[in-house]
Structures are given as structure tokens and as C-alpha cells.
Design a protein around this ligand. Structure first.
Ligand code: UDP
Length: 320
């Protein structure tokens, strides 16, 4: 049974990756410091012999006894309000944390896949974004702590590949959504759903013409699984190219939920990217991958999850 370490295991993406590798018959070691992760995302795995959980901060030395074939590095605050609240931790997990995990991979002769992001493209001047585009990032703006940490993560990973011959993979993740997102993580999709479910005003930032392209989580997990097992070490975009203005997303949520909410406009945050759409030619050609889940289907599953979370919460404070 191959053994895999997944950091950020209690987070949105990490927990879905744990599920996938358990289903593929891997022995999974989940690691998380629970800064933004939630144990409820992985508590169903605790009874399994195949699963172990380490409550640990990867910016500190990481020790794993025994063999290890693979590492997935997904630990990081990842929503704009989280990394604004935790700027230093965000920079440390992308830099020191990545360094520790690359060192661990080297010691164990393991293959490591690191989570990068479309944020490395910043406010892009090329559209859609191909992997060859270098990006347009403001290093000292509010988003700089995340964007630059992830750019450093890519540079360090390439250095380990080139200097040590380490087997590395880099995924550039575009906006992803689905069950286990936190209702209060501040991102557009959970925020709009929360506001719709509670009958509150829907807060669109700016005039809502800025675009994003949303990928359902199971599609993303499939792309990451294929990339890990591929033999390609350069960055690969994984995302859904279906692009939508944020105002249209807000309107879709209102229609979808039948909410009586009004759309209201609030100031656009500094350095908010105006457009974002992945060019997924590489993923198509190298991995035979493309997204399968429509927004309609993905929104339904996500809505059902959010409704359940709100209905079963002991108090609203717990989820908001
Ligand atoms: N956004 C919004 N209202 C909200 C939260 C976000 O209009 O309550 C906007 C945000 O300014 C951005 C887009 O929605 O233009 C996507 O934001 P999100 O935080 O989901 O992701 P990111 O900006 O990291 O792509």
C-alpha cells in the first residue's frame, strides 16, 4: 500500500484529497495545524486503519516515521480574508513549510506535489492564462503575502527538482468550490449562498464585472490525482475555463435558491484581479483531463451542503 502525506488535510481541498487517496487504497497521513482547517471535514476517516492524523504545523520541522512515497502540500490559509488576517503565517507556510516538505521528500525519496494558484498570475494582462505567462503581481499589496508565498513555493520546488533531481509536481489551482468550504471564509460563492440562505443582502464588490472561472471540487481532485501520477514536472493549470462575471454569479445564486435577497454593491478590494480564466490545453494534452461537472450540478451539491451545515449548527455563530 503506497503511503502519502497530505498537508492541510482538514481543509476544503485537503480533506477531499484524503478521501480520494483512501478510496484508491493508499495509506494516508493527514497533517494540519487547524488554523483554518476543521476536524469535522475528516472525522469520518478517523476510524479507518488506513488513516492517521498529525496535529502539526508544517512551518516547524516535520518528522514522519517509516516509508513515504508521496507528499501533497496543501497547507495554507487560502481565502483573501484569511490571509489578510494571517499574513505572516501565510508567508511562512508557503516558504518555511514548503522547504520542510521538500526536505522530507528528499530524505524519503518521495514524489511531492505542491499546491500553487492562479494568484501567481496576479491581475493578469494575458487572457486566458497559460502556464507560460509570468503574471502581474503587486508584491506589497494586500494579496502579496499569498501571491508571493506561492511564487516562492514554485521557485523553491523547481530548485529542488533542478538541483537535487527531486520528483516534483506543481498544480496551479483556479477558483474551486464545493462541500466543506467554510461559510465564513469570505469568498464570493460561500458568502453569496450564506446571504441567500439567511435572506440577507448579497454583497457584490465593485460593479461585479470582474470575472472568475469556478471549478467543482471533484474535477479538481481528479486533475491533481492525474498530475501526481504523470511524469510532468512543470506547472499545470487545473480549473474550469467557464468564465462568469461576479454579478452574474450573484444573480445565479439568488435565482437558484429562490431567495428574496437584494444585491448591494460594496467597494472593490485593492488589487482584486479583473479577469481570470485558465487555459487548460496542457492538462487536456498531458493528463487527458477536463472538467465534467456543470455549474448547475456543482451549485446544487454545494447548496445542499451549506443548508445542512446551517440546519445542524448548534448556533449561527458556529458557522458564520
Ligand atoms: N466578491 C464579492 N463579494 C463577496 C466576496 C467576494 O463580490 O462577498 C468578489 C471579489 O471581490 C472577487 C470575486 O468575488 O472579485 C471572487 O472573490 P473570491 O474571494 O471568491 O476569490 P478570489 O478573489 O481569490 O478569486
Amino acid at each position: 500500500m503506497p503511503r502519502i502525506l497530505i498537508t492541510g488535510a482538514a481543509g476544503f481541498l485537503g480533506s477531499h484529497l484524503c478521501d480520494r487517496f483512501i478510496a484508491e487504497d493508499y495509506e494516508v497521513i493527514g497533517m494540519d495545524n487547524l488554523l483554518t482547517g476543521k476536524l469535522r471535514n475528516i472525522e469520518h476517516l478517523f476510524p479507518l486503519k488506513q488513516f492517521q492524523f498529525y496535529h502539526h504545523d508544517v512551518t516547524k520541522f516535520v518528522h514522519i516515521p517509516g516509508k513515504l512515497e508521496y507528499i501533497l502540500h496543501f497547507a495554507s490559509p487560502a481565502s483573501p480574508i484569511d490571509y489578510l488576517k494571517m499574513p505572516i503565517q501565510t508567508m511562512k507556510v508557503g516558504s518555511l513549510g514548503t522547504h520542510n516538505l521538500l526536505g522530507l521528500a528528499l530524505a524519503k525519496k518521495a514524489r511531492i506535489l505542491v499546491a500553487s494558484t492562479s494568484e501567481i498570475y496576479g491581475d493578469p494582462t494575458q487572457h486566458p492564462q497559460t502556464e507560460e505567462y509570468w503574471g502581474n503581481v503587486n508584491p506589497i499589496g494586500p494579496r502579496g503575502v499569498y501571491d508571493e508565498a506561492k511564487r516562492f513555493l514554485e521557485a523553491l520546488t523547481m530548485a529542488y527538482h533542478n538541483f537535487h533531481g527531486l520528483e516534483t509536481r506543481i498544480v496551479r489551482i483556479f477558483n474551486t468550490y464545493g462541500p466543506r468550504m467554510r461559510l465564513n471564509d469570505g469568498r464570493a460563492l460561500p458568502t453569496f449562498f450564506r446571504q441567500a440562505i439567511l435572506g440577507q443582502d448579497i454583497t457584490v464588490f465593485g460593479n461585479g464585472t470582474q470575472t472568475r472561472s469556478f471549478c467543482y471540487v471533484s474535477d479538481l481532485v481528479e486533475g491533481i490525482y492525474r498530475l501526481l501520477l504523470s511524469n510532468y514536472h512543470l506547472p499545470v493549470n487545473i480549473g474550469n475555463p467557464q468564465e462568469i462575471p461576479i454579478l452574474q454569479l450573484a444573480e445565479e445564486v439568488v435565482t437558484f435558491t429562490g431567495a428574496s435577497s437584494q444585491i448591494i454593491y460594496e467597494p472593490l478590494p485593492l488589487d482584486d484581479p479583473k479577469q481570470r480564466q485558465p487555459d487548460i490545453t496542457k492538462a487536456r494534452n498531458l493528463l487527458g483531463w477536463e472538467p465534467k461537472v456543470s455549474r448547475q450540478e456543482g451549485m446544487k451539491k454545494t447548496y445542499d451542503y451549506f443548508k445542512e451545515v446551517i440546519a445542524t449548527a448548534a448556533s449561527l455563530d458556529e458557522v458564520l
